[in-house]
Design a protein around this ligand. Structure first.
Ligand SMILES: Cc1ncc(COP(=O)(O)O)c(C=O)c1O
Ligand SMILES: [Zn+2]
Length: 413
């Protein structure tokens, strides 16, 4: 790690800069690397394929990156989803199953890097604002290393995510308000009490965890990039991290072709997609002048319900630079995608994590995907985190008496 570069105005800061935002313009920061040094490290010690995200030590901005971590973070499976793909005429559809992370969502890679950073700089409390998953993830990872965590969630957060946070022993502050209210309060509390703020799209270290998902897909595909990756998007940090991962691999010569990165959003929470569509029409983009227009998010996919995306600029840049699509789908399509995806693949997504499949179907309909493209859908969170969402879209159980005749009757029906 050699320093920080502002995503908006490109001003650079040295590696020991302690702030999270650009001191020139207040924009979000991106961590920069000496790629020649990374190449040297890889040549000397290779990429150790054995364990967790710290396998990719050379690419990570933490001290002692090879030190063992108490949980298996990342290294999640990439499944070929043949039956799912076949329903849309797609021959190479894959699911990156991040439901198998320790807290059952994609957030754990980011939490691990953020917690390691907090330890590196001697912080003693970590905090986060979250729709629910980043909170349960930080609570989980903090519990594993024995660090106190304070989490700010909207009081409407799904009960399973709250149950995780509470069980992991975090201090849970359920804010009367939405995610954006929780975000602003967490920021103020971290200023007041000196806690390390892991909040997505503000802390530049979360993107460095999220990018590792790209390295894992690269490895699962035997050192190739897919044609496109479809990412469920709220704040945009998962997506900007994914794009950074592929660009890292290109920078050290491990791939020559970059994938397209598509953003999948609910029509009722589409600030990033709106900006992509607006900017694509522009001839030349002055990134330092780009402002995203906030929305009033109302989607049932709680994890991607965001009024004002906190990593919006980086995500919009990623979609445009990669040549990806910004796809919005109605909530009904997201809900319907949950049982459909589960039934056809054996992977059970929460609503947000089903959005990529709804988006793929839309792109097929609009002839934006070729049948032989290698497409990866990121399954970013488990259906067990929001069973209410799944039940709204599923068939009902058949209640019967405990007799074989009742079984026969039920089967007839
Ligand atoms: C399951 C799930 N999918 C997708 C996202 C979207 O990530 P981001 O807010 O970085 O766009 C989140 C974020 O909370 C999530 O929990
Ligand atoms: Zn700046």
């Amino acid at each position: 790690m050699i320093g920080f570069t502002c995503i908006a105005c490109a001003a650079t800061q040295p590696a020991d800069y302690a702030g999270f935002l650009c001191p020139e313009c207040g924009g979000n920061l991106d961590i920069s690397y000496d790629y020649d040094a990374i190449i040297n490290k890889i040549e000397q010690s290779g990429i150790d394929r054995a364990r967790s995200i710290f396998t990719y030590a050379a690419f990570l901005p933490v001290a002692r990156p090879t030190e063992r971590f108490p949980l298996r973070i990342g290294r999640t499976p990439l499944y070929e989803a043949k039956r799912m793909g076949a329903t849309q005429g797609l021959r190479n559809l894959f699911l990156k199953d991040d439901t198998t992370n320790p807290s059952s969502s994609s957030k754990d890679r980011a939490s691990a890097i953020a917690v390691r950073r907090a330890m590196d700089i001697g912080a003693d409390v970590v905090a986060v604002a979250s729709t629910g998953n980043a909170a349960s993830s930080l609570a989980c990872v903090a519990a594993a290393v024995g660090m106190p965590a304070v989490v700010f969630v909207p009081d409407s957060a799904p009960v399973a995510k709250l149950a995780q946070c509470l069980s992991f022993g975090a201090t849970v502050l359920a804010v009367r308000g939405n995610y954006d209210d929780a975000f602003d309060l967490c920021l103020a509390a971290c200023d007041e009490f000196g806690w390390f703020n892991r909040s997505t799209g503000y802390n530049p270290f979360t993107r460095e965890g999220k990018k590792v998902c790209a390295y894992e897909i690269w490895e699962s595909l035997d050192g190739r990039a897919p044609d496109r990756i479809v990412v469920p998007t709220g704040d945009g940090n998962l997506l900007s991290g994914m794009w950074k991962g592929w660009r890292d691999l290109q920078a050290v010569g491990l791939i020559d072709k970059l994938p397209k990165v598509d953003c999948a959003q609910s029509e009722s929470s589409a600030a990033i997609s709106n900006a992509v569509h607006r900017l694509r029409a522009a001839e030349k983009i002055d990134w330092s002048a780009v402002e995203l227009t906030p929305v009033r998010a109302a989607t049932i996919a709680d994890s991607i319900a965001v009024d004002r995306p906190r990593d919006g600029l980086a995500a919009v840049k990623a979609v445009i630079e990669s040549g990806g699509e910004a796809v919005t789908v109605p909530d009904d399509d997201i809900l319907a995608a949950i049982p459909e995806m589960s039934r056809l693949s054996g992977v059970f997504p929460e609503p947000a994590a089903a959005a990529p499949w709804a988006a793929v179907k839309r792109m097929v309909e609009e002839r934006k995907i070729e049948s032989d493209e290698l497409v990866v859908c990121l399954v970013s969170g488990s259906g067990l985190k929001d069973t209410g969402g799944a039940l709204r879209a599923s068939a009902k159980p058949t209640t019967i008496d405990a007799s074989i005749d009742a079984v026969r009757e039920a089967l007839k029906r």
